[in-house]
Design a protein around this ligand. Sequence first.
Ligand code: NAD
Length: 343
Amino acid sequence: TATRARTKVTAIPGDGIGPEVMRATQQVLAAAGAEVEWEEALAGAEAFRRGIAAGAPQETLDSIARTGVVLKGPLETPVGYGEKSANVALRKTFEMYGNVRPVRELPGIRTPFSGRGVDFVVVRENVEDVYAGIEHMQTPGVAQCLKLITEVGCERITRLAAAVAQAEGRRKVTVATKANIMKLTEGMLKRIGEQVLAEYPGLQHEHMIVDNCAHQMVIRPEQFDVTVMTNMNGDILSDLAAGLVGGLGVAPSANLGDEAAMFEAVHGSAPQIAGKGVANPTALLLSALMMLRHIGDFATARRIEHALYVTLEEGKDLTGDIAREGEGVPTAVYVERIIANLG
Ligand code: NAD
Protein backbone atom coordinates (compact mmCIF):
# COMPACT_ATOMS: atom_id res chain seq x y z
CA THR A 1 0.00 0.00 0.00
CA ALA A 2 0.99 3.62 -0.54
CA THR A 3 3.49 5.02 1.89
CA ARG A 4 3.66 8.41 0.24
CA ALA A 5 3.15 11.24 2.70
CA ARG A 6 -0.13 13.08 2.25
CA THR A 7 0.21 16.74 1.38
CA LYS A 8 -1.68 19.09 3.66
CA VAL A 9 -3.91 21.50 1.79
CA THR A 10 -6.02 24.29 3.25
CA ALA A 11 -9.62 24.00 1.99
CA ILE A 12 -11.78 27.12 2.14
CA PRO A 13 -15.33 26.13 1.08
CA GLY A 14 -16.40 29.78 0.89
CA ASP A 15 -19.84 31.26 0.21
CA GLY A 16 -22.93 30.53 -1.88
CA ILE A 17 -22.31 27.48 -4.07
CA GLY A 18 -18.78 27.23 -2.61
CA PRO A 19 -19.48 24.45 -0.08
CA GLU A 20 -21.38 22.45 -2.74
CA VAL A 21 -18.64 22.57 -5.38
CA MET A 22 -15.95 22.01 -2.72
CA ARG A 23 -17.69 18.84 -1.45
CA ALA A 24 -18.09 17.59 -5.02
CA THR A 25 -14.42 18.23 -5.80
CA GLN A 26 -13.20 16.59 -2.59
CA GLN A 27 -15.35 13.53 -3.34
CA VAL A 28 -13.77 13.11 -6.77
CA LEU A 29 -10.24 13.58 -5.38
CA ALA A 30 -10.90 11.08 -2.60
CA ALA A 31 -12.33 8.52 -5.04
CA ALA A 32 -9.24 8.90 -7.22
CA GLY A 33 -6.97 8.39 -4.20
CA ALA A 34 -5.34 11.83 -4.20
CA GLU A 35 -2.72 12.00 -1.47
CA VAL A 36 -4.20 15.11 0.11
CA GLU A 37 -5.08 15.87 3.72
CA TRP A 38 -7.50 18.77 4.06
CA GLU A 39 -7.37 21.48 6.70
CA GLU A 40 -10.75 23.19 6.48
CA ALA A 41 -10.67 26.94 7.05
CA LEU A 42 -13.09 29.86 7.15
CA ALA A 43 -13.16 32.98 4.99
CA GLY A 44 -15.79 35.22 3.42
CA ALA A 45 -19.29 36.22 4.49
CA GLU A 46 -19.26 34.35 7.81
CA ALA A 47 -15.94 35.97 8.75
CA PHE A 48 -17.36 39.43 7.93
CA ARG A 49 -20.44 38.59 10.03
CA ARG A 50 -18.12 37.78 12.94
CA GLY A 51 -16.61 41.25 12.53
CA ILE A 52 -13.30 40.16 11.02
CA ALA A 53 -12.51 43.12 8.76
CA ALA A 54 -10.15 41.25 6.40
CA GLY A 55 -12.75 38.51 5.80
CA ALA A 56 -10.39 35.76 6.99
CA PRO A 57 -9.57 34.95 10.64
CA GLN A 58 -6.05 34.42 11.95
CA GLU A 59 -6.52 30.59 12.08
CA THR A 60 -7.11 30.63 8.33
CA LEU A 61 -3.98 32.68 7.69
CA ASP A 62 -2.02 30.36 10.02
CA SER A 63 -3.26 27.30 8.13
CA ILE A 64 -2.18 28.80 4.78
CA ALA A 65 1.19 29.79 6.23
CA ARG A 66 1.63 26.14 7.34
CA THR A 67 0.45 24.35 4.20
CA GLY A 68 1.38 26.85 1.49
CA VAL A 69 -1.37 25.36 -0.70
CA VAL A 70 -5.03 26.36 -0.78
CA LEU A 71 -8.11 25.12 -2.61
CA LYS A 72 -10.74 27.84 -2.30
CA GLY A 73 -14.42 28.28 -3.10
CA PRO A 74 -15.80 31.71 -4.03
CA LEU A 75 -15.99 34.41 -1.37
CA GLU A 76 -18.74 37.00 -1.43
CA THR A 77 -17.54 40.56 -1.58
CA PRO A 78 -19.73 43.24 -0.10
CA VAL A 79 -20.26 45.61 -3.06
CA GLY A 80 -19.77 49.34 -2.80
CA TYR A 81 -19.45 49.76 0.95
CA GLY A 82 -17.25 49.24 3.98
CA GLU A 83 -15.42 45.94 3.91
CA LYS A 84 -12.71 45.08 1.47
CA SER A 85 -12.63 41.83 -0.45
CA ALA A 86 -11.48 38.73 1.45
CA ASN A 87 -10.05 37.44 -1.83
CA VAL A 88 -7.86 40.49 -2.26
CA ALA A 89 -6.81 40.22 1.41
CA LEU A 90 -5.68 36.59 0.97
CA ARG A 91 -3.83 37.34 -2.26
CA LYS A 92 -2.09 40.32 -0.69
CA THR A 93 -1.25 38.70 2.66
CA PHE A 94 0.61 35.92 0.89
CA GLU A 95 1.82 38.11 -2.00
CA MET A 96 0.22 35.83 -4.58
CA TYR A 97 1.16 38.18 -7.37
CA GLY A 98 0.33 35.98 -10.34
CA ASN A 99 -3.08 34.79 -11.47
CA VAL A 100 -2.86 32.05 -14.06
CA ARG A 101 -5.95 31.15 -16.05
CA PRO A 102 -5.76 28.42 -18.68
CA VAL A 103 -8.24 28.84 -21.53
CA ARG A 104 -8.65 25.54 -23.32
CA GLU A 105 -11.45 24.00 -25.31
CA LEU A 106 -13.06 21.10 -23.44
CA PRO A 107 -14.49 17.98 -25.08
CA GLY A 108 -18.27 18.02 -25.43
CA ILE A 109 -18.67 21.70 -24.50
CA ARG A 110 -20.21 23.41 -27.53
CA THR A 111 -19.45 27.08 -28.03
CA PRO A 112 -19.39 29.35 -31.11
CA PHE A 113 -15.61 28.78 -31.04
CA SER A 114 -15.61 24.97 -30.83
CA GLY A 115 -13.16 23.19 -33.08
CA ARG A 116 -10.83 26.13 -33.54
CA GLY A 117 -8.22 24.88 -31.11
CA VAL A 118 -8.49 27.67 -28.56
CA ASP A 119 -5.67 26.96 -26.11
CA PHE A 120 -3.94 29.78 -24.29
CA VAL A 121 -3.12 31.07 -20.83
CA VAL A 122 -3.94 34.46 -19.34
CA VAL A 123 -1.35 35.56 -16.78
CA ARG A 124 -2.77 38.44 -14.77
CA GLU A 125 -0.88 40.59 -12.27
CA ASN A 126 -2.74 40.08 -9.02
CA VAL A 127 -1.72 42.59 -6.34
CA GLU A 128 -1.06 45.97 -7.98
CA ASP A 129 -2.93 48.36 -10.27
CA VAL A 130 -6.22 50.01 -9.28
CA TYR A 131 -7.04 46.89 -7.20
CA ALA A 132 -4.82 48.17 -4.42
CA GLY A 133 -8.17 49.78 -3.55
CA ILE A 134 -6.69 53.18 -2.76
CA GLU A 135 -9.62 55.50 -3.46
CA HIS A 136 -10.94 58.69 -1.98
CA MET A 137 -13.32 61.55 -2.64
CA GLN A 138 -11.31 64.52 -3.88
CA THR A 139 -14.31 66.80 -3.46
CA PRO A 140 -17.90 65.75 -2.73
CA GLY A 141 -18.53 65.19 -6.45
CA VAL A 142 -15.15 63.85 -7.56
CA ALA A 143 -13.77 60.38 -6.78
CA GLN A 144 -10.15 59.42 -7.34
CA CYS A 145 -8.45 56.02 -7.50
CA LEU A 146 -4.73 55.34 -7.48
CA LYS A 147 -3.26 53.08 -10.16
CA LEU A 148 -0.12 51.62 -8.69
CA ILE A 149 2.35 49.77 -10.94
CA THR A 150 5.95 48.90 -9.97
CA GLU A 151 8.96 47.74 -11.95
CA VAL A 152 9.39 44.83 -9.54
CA GLY A 153 5.74 43.85 -10.12
CA CYS A 154 6.09 44.07 -13.91
CA GLU A 155 9.27 42.04 -13.90
CA ARG A 156 8.00 39.19 -11.74
CA ILE A 157 4.68 38.84 -13.60
CA THR A 158 6.51 38.78 -16.94
CA ARG A 159 8.94 36.15 -15.61
CA LEU A 160 5.97 34.11 -14.42
CA ALA A 161 4.41 34.33 -17.89
CA ALA A 162 7.72 33.20 -19.41
CA ALA A 163 7.97 30.33 -16.90
CA VAL A 164 4.42 29.20 -17.72
CA ALA A 165 5.28 29.33 -21.44
CA GLN A 166 8.44 27.28 -20.92
CA ALA A 167 6.82 24.76 -18.57
CA GLU A 168 4.04 24.09 -21.07
CA GLY A 169 6.20 24.12 -24.17
CA ARG A 170 4.52 27.24 -25.52
CA ARG A 171 6.09 29.58 -28.05
CA LYS A 172 4.82 33.11 -27.70
CA VAL A 173 4.08 35.67 -24.99
CA THR A 174 1.75 38.57 -25.79
CA VAL A 175 2.09 41.58 -23.49
CA ALA A 176 -1.25 43.42 -23.65
CA THR A 177 -1.40 46.93 -22.20
CA LYS A 178 -3.02 50.34 -22.53
CA ALA A 179 0.44 51.92 -22.88
CA ASN A 180 -0.78 54.28 -25.58
CA ILE A 181 -2.87 56.21 -23.03
CA MET A 182 -1.27 55.47 -19.63
CA LYS A 183 2.34 55.78 -20.70
CA LEU A 184 3.84 55.57 -17.21
CA THR A 185 1.76 52.85 -15.54
CA GLU A 186 0.62 50.59 -18.39
CA GLY A 187 3.71 51.70 -20.30
CA MET A 188 5.85 50.23 -17.54
CA LEU A 189 4.55 46.70 -18.20
CA LYS A 190 5.18 47.18 -21.92
CA ARG A 191 8.73 48.44 -21.36
CA ILE A 192 9.75 45.97 -18.62
CA GLY A 193 7.91 43.14 -20.34
CA GLU A 194 9.80 43.66 -23.59
CA GLN A 195 13.13 43.92 -21.73
CA VAL A 196 12.55 40.77 -19.70
CA LEU A 197 11.21 38.68 -22.60
CA ALA A 198 14.27 39.56 -24.68
CA GLU A 199 16.19 37.36 -22.20
CA TYR A 200 14.26 34.29 -23.38
CA PRO A 201 15.51 33.53 -26.88
CA GLY A 202 13.29 30.45 -27.08
CA LEU A 203 10.15 32.58 -26.80
CA GLN A 204 8.65 34.97 -29.30
CA HIS A 205 7.07 38.05 -27.84
CA GLU A 206 4.83 40.83 -29.02
CA HIS A 207 2.98 43.81 -27.62
CA MET A 208 -0.72 44.40 -28.28
CA ILE A 209 -2.94 47.28 -27.16
CA VAL A 210 -5.36 45.71 -24.72
CA ASP A 211 -8.59 46.83 -26.41
CA ASN A 212 -7.40 45.29 -29.66
CA CYS A 213 -6.43 42.21 -27.64
CA ALA A 214 -10.09 41.90 -26.50
CA HIS A 215 -11.14 42.19 -30.15
CA GLN A 216 -8.53 39.68 -31.34
CA MET A 217 -9.55 37.18 -28.65
CA VAL A 218 -13.01 37.08 -30.16
CA ILE A 219 -12.03 37.34 -33.84
CA ARG A 220 -9.06 34.97 -33.86
CA PRO A 221 -8.52 33.42 -30.39
CA GLU A 222 -6.31 30.64 -31.74
CA GLN A 223 -3.46 33.16 -32.28
CA PHE A 224 -2.79 33.43 -28.52
CA ASP A 225 -0.41 31.29 -26.50
CA VAL A 226 0.45 33.10 -23.25
CA THR A 227 -0.83 36.62 -22.53
CA VAL A 228 0.30 38.87 -19.69
CA MET A 229 -1.60 41.90 -18.35
CA THR A 230 -1.98 44.28 -15.46
CA ASN A 231 -4.58 43.43 -12.84
CA MET A 232 -7.82 45.00 -14.10
CA ASN A 233 -7.19 44.34 -17.79
CA GLY A 234 -6.37 40.74 -16.91
CA ASP A 235 -9.48 40.43 -14.77
CA ILE A 236 -11.75 41.53 -17.59
CA LEU A 237 -10.01 39.73 -20.45
CA SER A 238 -9.68 36.46 -18.56
CA ASP A 239 -13.45 36.41 -18.05
CA LEU A 240 -13.90 37.11 -21.75
CA ALA A 241 -11.48 34.28 -22.47
CA ALA A 242 -13.43 31.94 -20.16
CA GLY A 243 -16.50 32.71 -22.25
CA LEU A 244 -14.74 31.45 -25.38
CA VAL A 245 -14.47 27.91 -24.03
CA GLY A 246 -17.70 27.34 -22.13
CA GLY A 247 -17.99 30.00 -19.48
CA LEU A 248 -17.51 30.45 -15.78
CA GLY A 249 -18.76 26.98 -14.84
CA VAL A 250 -15.64 25.43 -16.41
CA ALA A 251 -12.93 28.09 -15.85
CA PRO A 252 -10.12 27.29 -13.36
CA SER A 253 -7.34 29.48 -11.99
CA ALA A 254 -4.25 29.54 -9.81
CA ASN A 255 -2.98 32.40 -7.66
CA LEU A 256 0.77 31.98 -7.39
CA GLY A 257 3.33 33.64 -5.13
CA ASP A 258 6.56 32.85 -3.38
CA GLU A 259 4.87 31.92 -0.08
CA ALA A 260 1.68 30.19 -1.14
CA ALA A 261 -0.39 28.98 -4.08
CA MET A 262 -4.17 29.23 -4.06
CA PHE A 263 -6.34 27.40 -6.57
CA GLU A 264 -9.91 28.52 -7.26
CA ALA A 265 -12.66 28.65 -9.84
CA VAL A 266 -12.95 31.94 -11.71
CA HIS A 267 -16.67 32.18 -10.91
CA GLY A 268 -18.29 33.77 -7.87
CA SER A 269 -20.71 32.47 -5.24
CA ALA A 270 -23.70 32.34 -7.66
CA PRO A 271 -26.23 33.26 -4.95
CA GLN A 272 -29.18 32.61 -7.30
CA ILE A 273 -28.48 28.87 -7.38
CA ALA A 274 -26.77 28.40 -3.99
CA GLY A 275 -28.19 25.60 -1.84
CA LYS A 276 -30.11 24.04 -4.73
CA GLY A 277 -27.57 21.31 -5.47
CA VAL A 278 -27.30 22.21 -9.16
CA ALA A 279 -23.98 24.11 -9.34
CA ASN A 280 -21.36 22.95 -11.79
CA PRO A 281 -18.24 21.82 -9.86
CA THR A 282 -16.08 21.51 -13.01
CA ALA A 283 -14.27 24.84 -12.57
CA LEU A 284 -13.19 24.00 -9.03
CA LEU A 285 -12.35 20.43 -10.05
CA LEU A 286 -10.12 21.73 -12.87
CA SER A 287 -8.54 24.11 -10.34
CA ALA A 288 -7.92 21.12 -8.07
CA LEU A 289 -6.15 19.38 -10.98
CA MET A 290 -3.83 22.39 -11.27
CA MET A 291 -3.28 22.04 -7.53
CA LEU A 292 -2.47 18.31 -7.75
CA ARG A 293 0.11 19.06 -10.45
CA HIS A 294 1.52 21.86 -8.29
CA ILE A 295 2.09 19.40 -5.42
CA GLY A 296 3.51 16.81 -7.80
CA ASP A 297 0.61 14.32 -7.92
CA PHE A 298 0.60 14.14 -11.73
CA ALA A 299 -0.81 10.62 -11.97
CA THR A 300 -3.98 11.40 -10.00
CA ALA A 301 -4.46 14.66 -11.90
CA ARG A 302 -4.24 12.79 -15.19
CA ARG A 303 -6.64 10.09 -14.08
CA ILE A 304 -9.29 12.58 -12.94
CA GLU A 305 -8.82 14.70 -16.06
CA HIS A 306 -9.45 11.65 -18.20
CA ALA A 307 -12.62 10.73 -16.27
CA LEU A 308 -13.85 14.32 -16.54
CA TYR A 309 -13.19 14.50 -20.29
CA VAL A 310 -14.95 11.17 -20.86
CA THR A 311 -17.93 12.44 -18.86
CA LEU A 312 -18.12 15.68 -20.82
CA GLU A 313 -17.72 13.89 -24.11
CA GLU A 314 -20.49 11.38 -23.29
CA GLY A 315 -22.69 14.39 -22.61
CA LYS A 316 -24.98 12.51 -20.19
CA ASP A 317 -25.52 13.58 -16.59
CA LEU A 318 -24.18 17.13 -16.92
CA THR A 319 -25.24 20.09 -14.77
CA GLY A 320 -27.80 22.50 -16.21
CA ASP A 321 -25.35 25.18 -17.35
CA ILE A 322 -23.58 22.80 -19.76
CA ALA A 323 -26.23 20.12 -20.45
CA ARG A 324 -28.51 20.13 -23.48
CA GLU A 325 -31.63 22.21 -22.90
CA GLY A 326 -33.76 20.66 -20.14
CA GLU A 327 -31.38 17.75 -19.44
CA GLY A 328 -29.46 19.16 -16.47
CA VAL A 329 -28.89 16.89 -13.46
CA PRO A 330 -27.99 17.67 -9.83
CA THR A 331 -24.34 18.21 -8.89
CA ALA A 332 -24.32 14.87 -7.02
CA VAL A 333 -25.37 12.88 -10.12
CA TYR A 334 -22.69 14.54 -12.25
CA VAL A 335 -20.09 13.74 -9.58
CA GLU A 336 -21.21 10.08 -9.44
CA ARG A 337 -20.77 9.89 -13.21
CA ILE A 338 -17.24 11.31 -13.06
CA ILE A 339 -16.33 8.90 -10.27
CA ALA A 340 -17.77 5.97 -12.24
CA ASN A 341 -15.61 7.04 -15.18
CA LEU A 342 -12.44 6.88 -13.07
CA GLY A 343 -12.57 3.21 -14.03
P1 NAD B 1 -21.02 34.60 -10.34
O1 NAD B 1 -19.84 33.99 -11.00
O2 NAD B 1 -21.33 34.17 -8.96
O3 NAD B 1 -22.31 34.34 -11.24
C1 NAD B 1 -22.40 34.72 -12.61
C2 NAD B 1 -23.38 33.81 -13.35
O4 NAD B 1 -22.78 32.53 -13.58
C3 NAD B 1 -24.65 33.52 -12.57
O5 NAD B 1 -25.71 33.38 -13.48
C4 NAD B 1 -24.38 32.18 -11.90
O6 NAD B 1 -25.52 31.45 -11.58
C5 NAD B 1 -23.52 31.49 -12.96
N1 NAD B 1 -22.56 30.55 -12.36
C6 NAD B 1 -21.40 30.87 -11.74
N2 NAD B 1 -20.76 29.78 -11.33
C7 NAD B 1 -21.52 28.72 -11.68
C8 NAD B 1 -21.40 27.31 -11.51
N3 NAD B 1 -20.32 26.76 -10.89
N4 NAD B 1 -22.37 26.52 -11.97
C9 NAD B 1 -23.44 27.04 -12.59
N5 NAD B 1 -23.62 28.36 -12.79
C10 NAD B 1 -22.67 29.20 -12.34
O7 NAD B 1 -20.80 36.18 -10.40
P2 NAD B 1 -21.52 37.37 -9.60
O8 NAD B 1 -22.99 37.09 -9.52
O9 NAD B 1 -21.05 38.60 -10.24
O10 NAD B 1 -20.92 37.33 -8.15
C11 NAD B 1 -21.57 36.77 -7.00
C12 NAD B 1 -20.66 36.96 -5.77
O11 NAD B 1 -19.43 36.25 -5.93
C13 NAD B 1 -20.28 38.41 -5.48
O12 NAD B 1 -20.33 38.60 -4.07
C14 NAD B 1 -18.84 38.50 -5.96
O13 NAD B 1 -18.11 39.47 -5.27
C15 NAD B 1 -18.33 37.11 -5.65
N6 NAD B 1 -17.17 36.69 -6.49
C16 NAD B 1 -16.18 36.00 -5.88
C17 NAD B 1 -15.11 35.52 -6.62
C18 NAD B 1 -14.02 34.76 -5.93
O14 NAD B 1 -14.19 34.36 -4.79
N7 NAD B 1 -12.91 34.51 -6.56
C19 NAD B 1 -15.07 35.74 -7.99
C20 NAD B 1 -16.12 36.43 -8.61
C21 NAD B 1 -17.17 36.91 -7.84
